[in-house]
Design a protein around this ligand. Structure first.
Ligand code: GLV
Ligand code: MN
Ligand code: MN
Length: 409
């Protein structure tokens, strides 16, 4: 193991137990809950150790600055710390998620700063390490909530009113109404580079530890609410039932079929049943459709086809259907010039991804790139997600080279 891989392991071990479920081995690090708050405190402490002042944006996102954030001093390349290079990722997880999705980008960024410092490199423009809030949308339903707020892609009042499963609003969890778009802060950044665990096996196939991202498939979340008639499981004749579970089951199968027909992805990974009793026909079944495709038209056609099939089945079952789009992320094509430049610099392959990222939101506002680190299992959003310490060290070296290229010349 290299020295850097050893330092990666030391830092990684500090956060590894935080929010880990002993049963599944996966993580329960929902935004602004105690495990994620502990990680944010850890982030502040790490920034402090490195003499990096931490600022917030009033939306729950944190920024640790190497170089002067506010003063326009000699290292800032301009007034009020403009031209800064942003990196980082998120701490929050999906339910029983893997260790790497998110935290790898933050830990790697801190270590990349250490590498540059140890090499005697001084940034001409600030390097800023971000910890974005609620990237997964696992608590409040909208993914990339922090970056959407910062960029104004979601209205602050709508975000404030989003509620978790216990009825706590985002504003209550944050302790105040989110501040919303901050064009002045965004304007200080000249580029964003998010390092992330790969969420597939393309790098295993390519036999390479690190890749550069080219694009993110358009994707979104749709809530399918199906209402029928709650009734007794033993006494209601089969022909008299209005059972929304039947409509739901058909909808799940239709989503799978319609996605396969289009070489797209459709998943129903979450369902809520009322009253959720073994001996009662449900009154309501709500399922969340996550749909993704290579092209926006394909995604649109996919969702419309699932909606049409669900509606047709609802007519046959005597149930009622309401479909609500909860979030949408358009096709993201990362800055081609930047991706080519970084791929050339690193000698790395270039890959698209079907996963969403804060980088996808920020890409509409500033030149943005992603680096992916090889994941031997190819599994993500699951405890089986993995990376070797040596590959994580290779990711740190790659990120340090990129930061040097963008912030130090
Ligand atoms: C985030 O990881 C997503 O792709 O949903
Ligand atoms: Mn994720
Ligand atoms: Mn992620």
């Amino acid at each position: 193991m290299s020295d850097l891989a050893g330092r990666f392991r030391e830092l990684w071990d500090e956060i590894a137990p935080v929010g880990r479920d002993a049963g599944s081995g996966g993580y329960l690090r929902y935004a602004l809950t105690p495990p994620e708050l502990r990680l944010r405190e850890w982030f502040r402490a790490q920034a402090d150790l490195r003499g990096m002042p931490v600022s917030g944006d009033g939306n729950g996102n944190l920024f640790a600055w190497w170089g002067e954030p506010n003063t326009g001093g000699p290292n800032t390349g301009g007034p009020a710390g403009t031209g800064a290079v942003l990196t980082g990722s998120h701490f929050d997880s999906v339910p029983h998620g893997g260790a790497y999705d998110g935290p790898l980008g933050i830990v790697s960024a801190l270590l990349a700063v250490d590498e540059l410092r140890a090499a005697g490199v001084t940034p001409v423009r600030p390097v800023v390490v971000a910890a974005f809030v609620e990237e997964e949308g696992a608590r409040f339903g909208v993914p990339c909530l922090g970056s959407r707020l910062l960029t104004g892609e979601i209205d602050a009042d709508r975000a404030a009113g989003l509620r978790d499963a216990a009825g706590v609003s985002f504003a209550e969890a944050l302790g105040h109404r989110p501040a919303g778009a901050d064009p002045a802060l965004l304007g200080r950044f000249t580029a964003f580079v998010e390092l992330h665990i790969e969420q597939g096996r393309a790098l295993v196939d390519a036999d390479a530890p690190v890749a550069v991202g080219s694009a993110i498939w358009p994707h979104g979340r749709w809530r399918f609410e199906l209402r029928g008639e709650g009734n007794h499981a033993g006494t209601t004749r089969m022909g008299d039932r209005r059972d929304p579970m039947l409509t739901f089951a058909f909808t799940v199968l239709a989503a799978n079929k319609e996605a396969r027909l289009r070489y797209a992805h459709a998943t129903v990974g979450r369902v809520a049943v009322e009253p959720n009793a073994t001996n009662a026909i449900p009154s309501t079944v709500t399922g969340w459709l996550d749909a993704r495709a290579a092209a926006p038209d394909t995604l649109h056609d996919l969702v419309e086809a699932v909606r049409a099939k669900a509606a047709e089945r609802a007519r046959r079952d005597g149930t009622e259907l309401t479909v609500t789009r909860e979030s949408a992320t358009p096709l993201v094509t990362f800055d081609g010039g930047l991706a080519d430049r970084l791929a050339g610099l690193l000698g790395a392959p270039v890959l698209p991804t079907g996963a969403g990222h804060d980088a996808g939101v920020l890409a509409a506002h500033l030149p943005t790139a992603m680096l992916f680190v090889r994941n031997p299992t190819g599994v993500s959003h699951s405890p089986a997600e993995s990376a070797t310490d040596d590959d994580c060290a290779a990711g740190v070296v790659a990120l340090a080279r990129v930061l040097e290229e963008l912030a130090c010349h």
